[in-house]
Write a new protein. Structure first.
Length: 111
């Protein structure tokens, strides 16, 4: 398999992982940080914006995983590359959003 297929599957997993918090928070009616907030990634966007952003990420992830090359659920390497992409971005997002919420809690305690 060409190298770019692995890159596409890795990025597809990352986009799929990024879709989850935005869709879940949006459907739950909670504001959540997005790239469209002020400041980007730190301020909250509306639930509608988060559902739309999550759906966009889901669509891009789907295209990267299923339409760049043949993706086979039975092929361990395909699943592993997508899974590693999802895991890497989940760790990055967890750390980043954890810092955002830690700053917010500190600001609430001082006010």
């Amino acid at each position: 398999m060409p190298w770019f297929v692995y890159v596409a599957h890795f990025l597809g997993g990352a986009f799929l992982a990024n879709a989850v918090p935005h869709i879940v928070n949006g459907i739950s009616g909670r504001p959540f940080p997005s790239p469209f907030a002020s400041p980007p990634g730190k301020g909250d966007s509306s639930p509608l914006v988060n559902v739309l952003w999550g759906a966009f990420n889901l669509g891009i992830g789907y295209l990267l995983v299923y339409h760049v090359a043949t993706f086979a659920m039975w092929r361990a390497s395909d699943v592993a590359v997508v899974g590693v992409g999802a895991l890497v971005l989940a760790l990055i997002l967890g750390r980043g959003f954890g810092q955002v919420y830690a700053i917010r809690r500190a600001e609430q305690r001082t006010s």
